[in-house]
Design a protein around this ligand. Structure first.
Ligand code: FUC
Length: 820
């Protein structure tokens, strides 16, 4: 440890490195006012809150993870089956527009287009005579998951702390003052939802209850109950019908418990009153200090696993909104580390085992009709939310998403059967708390078939990181079901004779050649997804020694999928025909799924495709919506181009109102699509990890894409790599990897790729790697050679020199390598 500390406590050209990083705070010298995106998010995976930090009337905007519109429902359109062959024919005949018209009639849901994640109302705290204040300060401490506001009125310093306790399942606010008897306020509740009963009851309690709204013909049936309990020290407590009044107290603690009748997507028979009361009654006997202690310990169990130091400069001394404004014109590497850790903070706060997965807004929403219903878009956004989970050492927090996949594997079976006459299961491009798997929004967006295929790959990824065979056994049928759907649904292309999906689309994009219709057959992204679904199912079956005949079928069919193609503009073709427009800057670049998150395109194994993918990335340009820029950080990291990845981080870390159409970041560091959409936060945290360490493509690649600006030095600890490896820590200086300490939790070959020559810490030389990596977690499927247009110009990548070593490891052992 001493050595580590010595290394990281140095100063290089004004940049200071210190492991004692005390700046993991978002802080401001202004209250939020009325702007929701200025408020600071807290959450425990079940409850979320946005803390405004306003002085005379504080607003705590509340959320509960299961408070959704509607009730258990399905949204399949069974008319699809009868028209399927006609739609397919139209698409194969080049009549996409006509096919889309028909799909709108027969594939699109005639019922719900997905339900909405609903707000749980606002708690207001009105403080008498606090209009004029000085010394204002508010912060979100992401090392502790506590928000704080303080200010001075008439010589008294007032402080509010607020947290969403992980172990106690309540939100707790603690109000203190520097002088006794100073705390006087009125607490009241408001909500944008209709028909809510609000009632102050005896002994400092304010309760609210209601039933969620109907939406698109689906009856709202989530019953919810919130109880706010105020405890005070000295002073007095009274109430009106709908408010609690505290006068002249020394301090006050406010406990907020919210619960619903939701058990799971098909069972809403819980008792919300009993639930809310039981969480509250367990929490209220505890002091704030005790709740705080248990909360911080539970939170840090996750958060402290990863530490990142990219250096600290003078620029870091300003409030967060100022740093955001300045970021593109000053050197503020610590801001990147803060943003990185904020992504991890948001995942811990919005996704806890047993709860709902982080939706488009995580767990934070104040609108009755939120953008895209604040649900789950599974043609990119929901998957992106979980990209950082495994690699940033938050594997357990992947669980809510994996559970959702398992549940869609149940609801999606009927969709596969009723709509497409296929076995297995499928989902279209959206789902919600009811795990609806029908097609929504319009055929242009919704007739996408691969929601099950893509999400199912998260199960396989979880296995690749953890090596947990019990888990793999338990989810095998889900993987198999996703593959089975494709076995039944793929059909032979009439002229090219490959097996293709039809109807198909490359999410939300349409080539000009298709008269504005997105519908097509055999798009590149679909082929890549099916390749992965087949490959992971084959591998899982082989590991579990199951289903030999089925494996054989999958292997035969996999060979007949279309290969990737390089088109006339040197681009990776998005569609089966060479119809890409090199001036198209659409935010979805779905066919680069093969580059990331998948691993079918590699600088080392498939240089032509790699070069084509690079051309595509350049043609599509950088600036786009928030999540698209987040994806691009990952892609440029996979391109081993740290400077370009950093440029995307700069674009993303731009105040949103300085731009017109494109994404950026709000003052509270929420990502802007715009509007707020959390996937960009998570995508960027994943991308920053990919710049520092990648564990696909047969190796653990250390420092694959370090930008010049981070070259001077840095430190990261706790990243996870596939195959159960943990990068306990890693340090670099002047672009050189100095040292890496790696733990093997599963044993097996550790193949490392490093930017400079390394040796073992005891001075022994490392064995140069040759041939395939024998570690099964690093097995790379071979893909078919691409078809290349005669007009395409392909520049082979000029790769920086790197070094590859093999270390045979033992389970539980730690290996330290140092630069040679
Ligand atoms: C997809 C994207 C949009 C948005 C929505 C939630 O439809 O194309 O940009 O992110 O999801």
């Amino acid at each position: 440890m001493k050595q580590v500390f010595l290394f990281i406590s140095f100063v290089v050209s004004g940049v200071c490195y210190s492991q004692k990083n005390t700046s993991l705070k978002l802080w401001y010298d202004q209250p939020s006012g009325t702007t929701w995106e200025n408020a600071l998010p807290i959450g425990n995976g079940r409850l979320g809150a946005m803390v405004y930090g306003n002085v005379d009337t504080e607003i705590i905007q509340l959320n509960e993870h299961t408070l959704w519109s509607g009730s258990p429902n399905r949204n399949d359109n069974p008319l699809a089956l009868d028209s399927l062959s006609e739609i397919r024919k139209l698409i194969f005949d080049g009549q996409q527009k006509e096919a889309e018209r028909m799909a709108n009639r027969v594939i699109l849901s005639k019922r719900s287009h997905g339900q909405m994640f609903e707000p749980a109302g606002d708690l207001h705290l009105s403080f008498y005579g606090h209009e004029n204040f000085t010394n204002y300060y508010r912060e979100l401490d992401i090392e502790k998951a506590v928000a704080k506001t303080s200010y001075k009125v008439a010589g008294v310093t007032y402080t509010r702390e607020i947290l969403a306790s992980f172990p106690d399942r309540v939100i707790v606010i603690h109000l203190t003052a520097s002088k006794p008897n100073s705390i006087s306020f009125t607490a009241f509740y408001s909500t944008p939802l209709p028909n809510v009963e609000i009632k102050a009851t005896g002994s400092g309690q304010l309760a609210f209850s209601g039933t969620t709204i109907d939406h698109e013909g689906i009856k709202g049936m989530i019953k919810y109950k919130g109880i706010v309990q105020i405890k005070k020290q000295n002073g007095s407590l009274s109430r009106t019908d709908t408010s609690i009044v505290v006068k002249n107290a020394d301090e006050a603690t406010i406990y907020i418990s919210i619960a619903t009748n939701f058990n799971n997507y098909h069972d809403i028979n819980a008792n919300e009153n009993e639930r809310a009361a039981s969480y509250l009654n367990k929490a209220t006997p505890k002091s704030f200090a005790n709740i705080l202690k248990a909360h911080v310990a539970a939170y840090q169990k996750y958060f402290n696993r990863v530490k990142l130091d990219l250096g600290t400069t003078e620029a870091s001394s300003l409030p967060t909104n100022e740093r955001l404004k300045n970021f593109n014109s000053v050197n503020d590497p610590q801001f990147v580390a803060l943003y990185y850790q904020f992504g991890r903070y948001l995942l811990i706060s919005s996704s806890q085992p047993g709860g709902q997965p982080a939706n488009l807004q995580g767990i934070w929403n104040n609108k009755v009709k939120p953008p895209w219903d604040s649900k789950y878009t599974i043609n990119i956004n929901a998957e992106m939310n979980y990209w950082p989970a495994e690699k940033t050492n938050l594997s357990e927090l992947h669980e809510p998403f994996l559970q959702m996949v398992k549940e869609m594997a149940v609801t999606g079976q009927q969709t596969a059967k009723d709509m497409y006459g296929a076995r297995g299961w499928m989902a279209h491009h959206n789902t919600d708390i009811w795990r609806a798997t029908g097609a929504v929004d319009g055929a242009f967006w919704g007739a996408w078939i691969n929601g099950g295929g893509w999400t199912s790959q998260h199960l396989w990824e979880h296995y690749l990181y953890t090596g947990d065979k019990t888990f793999l056994t338990s989810v095998y049928s889900v993987l198999k079901g996703a593959a089975t759907f494709y076995v039944d649904f793929l059909i032979e292309h009439p002229t090219r004779h490959w097996l293709v999906i039809n109807p198909d689309m490359s999410p939300e994009n349409a080539p000009k050649a298709h008269q504005g219709s997105s519908l097509d057959a055999g798009t590149t992204m679909s082929n890549q997804i099916i390749f992965d679904v087949f490959s992971s199912t084959i591998r899982a079956a082989e590991i579990l020694n199951k289903d030999k005949a089925f494996v054989d079928t999958l292997k035969q069919m996999r060979k007949r999928l279309p290969p990737m193609q390089i088109g006339q503009h040197g681009q990776l073709q998005e569609w089966l025909d060479d119809v890409d427009d090199p001036t198209d800057d659409h935010r979805h670049i779905s066919h680069l799924y093969g580059l990331f998150p998948s691993n079918q395109i590699s600088p080392f194994r498939t240089p032509q495709l790699y070069s084509a993918a690079k051309n595509t990335l350049i043609q599509r340009t950088d600036v786009s919506t928030g999540w698209s820029m987040g994806w691009k950080v990952n892609w440029w990291a996979k391109m081993l181009d740290g400077n370009h990845a950093n440029k995307l981080i700069q674009n993303q870390l731009t105040p949103v109102d300085a731009r017109t159409r494109s994404g950026g970041t709000y003052n509270n560091l929420f990502d802007a699509h715009p509007p707020f959409q959390i996937d960009g936060n998570f995508g960027c945290t994943s991308g920053i990890t990919e710049m520092l360490m990648q564990s696909a493509d047969g190796t653990i690649h250390l420092l694959p894409a370090l930008p010049d600006i981070w070259m001077t030095g840095g430190y990261i600890s706790g990243l996870k790599a596939r195959g159960g490896f943990e990068i306990i820590n890693m340090q670099w200086k002047d672009g050189k990897l100095l040292k890496a300490v790696i733990k093997s939790t599963l044993g097996g070959n550790l193949r490392l790729r490093t930017p400079n020559e390394m040796k073992l810490s005891n001075g022994t030389a490392l064995k140069k790697a040759i041939g395939e990596n024998k570690n099964p977690f690093y097995y790379v499927e071979e893909i078919s050679a691409p078809i290349i247009s005669p007009q395409a110009t392909i520049t082979m990548p000029a790769l920086k020199e790197s070094f590859m070593y093999d270390i045979p490891t033992q389970r539980g052992q730690v290996y330290t390598i140092i630069s040679k």
